[in-house]
Design a protein around this ligand. Structure first.
Ligand code: SAH
Ligand code: SF4
Ligand code: F3S
Length: 439
């Protein structure tokens, strides 16, 4: 038994959807009358976990150990994808108080109350009726806010746990999304990033009952006064439909940035991954996207060392990177996940081979990212200011192409200002505010 917690701390790992869930859990705890606190002092610590790679999972157990140092015994709730994947095993292994899956966290207050009474508190259900309708209203939000519109995945790439931890693909209804977007804007958001494991698979009926895709939803959000920018992530190549590509040419608030994971440049490996797109079909999509929006910044995800990956396969990945010229990209060493088909494949790749390939891939990506940043010097664009920098008077915001822009200006966080990009570094650019000429 532990006393009912008065203070809480939520720590999120993993993808942006987990960040969104973490914020919603914080709102839930606040609505229950608890107050936020640092992890080292909170009565209740929620670890909102990620299961995507082995190291992400191990972090959870080391975090639990750290929370219990110096004789402290906060109530610990494990949420997120590790909670879903490991369930009761976490209670056995780490003696945590609450385990709650990503589709059940609207029940967190009830589970915390149960734990305070000394009862078992585990909920990893995936109910048909989603949690969203049971969460409190949005209140304080940053200038750039997340909005989950789609969850789950039916693609079953052979390396990936997401279809198991997040369940089947579900689109949130049109009306609920539009309402939440308006609430976010009323609470101060200037930019909204629509989130989903396969966000471009979103589908729903608009207010008139017409079936719409993500592009229709984006056009509806475009009409919200006060909203300045719209982004979306993560997309799957197979769901990159014509309407969405056209929206990039036509919707001014839709930012010229596309995160489109490819994973490998080798058709043989793509097939073994069950990606259901080829190197060529991926490149053709990017050609269409660039034809619609020539300044589009492209981003991707890569896995090196998938079982059976030869040096020739890896060379295909490097040549794809050369062909695309990414503005940024993420790359990971393959991590075998229990229960996924690839974990049982023969020809697992040696760790030192993966290390070496990852280094070469990251060098290529970094080179292109720096080139992209350099090529943007002299461009004029809007910058949405998101936070303070380390230097006195310095502010940091984002360009339309998702670059971090460092600048000094007489402006506040949440302002959109016009800037000329003045200099570039590997991971950021600096800008100078353009002063409006008097009319
Ligand atoms: N639904 C999104 C995001 C998936 S998870 C998509 O399909 O793009 C984010 C990234 O993690 C993936 O794109 C992939 O590059 C990486 N990833 C997923 N499973 C992995 C594994 N078992 N080992 C290494 N990287 C993995
Ligand atoms: Fe995982 Fe593939 Fe689904 Fe992305 S599309 S979440 S990589 S199974
Ligand atoms: Fe991780 Fe779950 Fe997101 S496994 S990447 S937190 S969907």
């Amino acid at each position: 038994m532990k006393p009912a917690p008065k203070t809480f701390h939520v720590k999120s790992f993993g993808c942006q959807m987990n960040m969104y869930d973490g914020d919603r859990m914080s709102e839930l705890m606040s609505a229950e009358g608890m107050t936020p606190a640092e992890a080292a002092e909170a009565d209740l610590v929620v670890l909102n976990t990620c299961h995507i790679r082995e190291r992400a999972t191990e972090k959870v157990y080391s975090d639990i150990g750290r929370l219990r140092k110096n004789g402290r015994a906060p109530m610990i709730a494990v949420a997120g994808c590790v909670a879903q994947a490991e369930g009761a095993e976490i209670v056995r292994r780490a003696k945590v108080d609450v385990v709650v899956g990503p589709q059940a966290y609207h029940n967190l207050p009830e589970l915390v109350a149960k734990a305070a009474r000394g009862e078992a508190a585990l909920d990893t259900d995936m109910p048909v009726e989603t949690k969203f309708g049971r969460l409190p209203a949005r209140r304080r939000v940053p200038p750039s806010a997340f909005l989950t519109v789609q969850e789950g995945c039916d693609k079953f790439c052979t390396y990936c746990v997401v279809p198991y931890t997040r369940g089947a693909e579900v689109s949130r209804p049109w009306g609920a999304i539009v309402d939440e977007a308006k609430a976010l804007v009323d609470a101060g958001a200037k930019e909204i990033t629509l989130l989903g494991q396969n966000v471009n698979a979103w589908e729903g009926e608009d207010a008139s009952g017409n079936v719409q895709g993500l592009d229709g939803l984006i056009r509806a959000l475009d009409r919200i006064e006060g909203l300045k920018r719209i982004r979306y992530t993560t997309s799957h190549p197979n769901d990159m439909r014509e309407g969405l590509i056209v929206a990039h040419a036509e919707v001014e608030k839709l930012m010229p940035f596309l995160h489109l994971p490819v994973q490998s440049g080798s058709d043989r490996i793509l097939k073994a991954m069950n990606r259901s797109h080829s190197r060529d079909s991926y490149l053709r999509i990017l050609d269409r996207v660039r034809a619609a929006r020539p300044d589009m910044a492209l981003s991707g995800d890569f896995i090196v060392g998938f079982p059976g990956e030869t040096e020739a396969d890896f060379a295909d990945t490097l040549s794809l990177v050369d062909a695309v010229g990414y503005a940024q990209a993420f790359s990971f060493k393959y991590s075998p996940r229990p229960g996924t088909p690839a974990a049982d494949m023969a020809e697992q790749i040696a760790p030192e081979v993966m290390d070496e390939r990852l280094q070469r891939l990251q060098a290529a990506i970094n080179r292109d990212q720096e080139a992209f940043n350099l090529a943007s010097v002299g461009r004029r664009c809007g910058v949405l200011l998101e936070r303070k920098g380390k230097l006195p008077g310095q502010l940091i915001g984002k360009s339309p192409w998702l670059q971090s822009v460092h600048l000094v200006a007489d402006a506040a966080i949440g302002d959109m200002i016009e800037v000329e990009i003045a200099a570039a570094w590997p991971n950021s650019v600096s800008g100078v505010e353009l002063v409006h000429e008097a009319a």
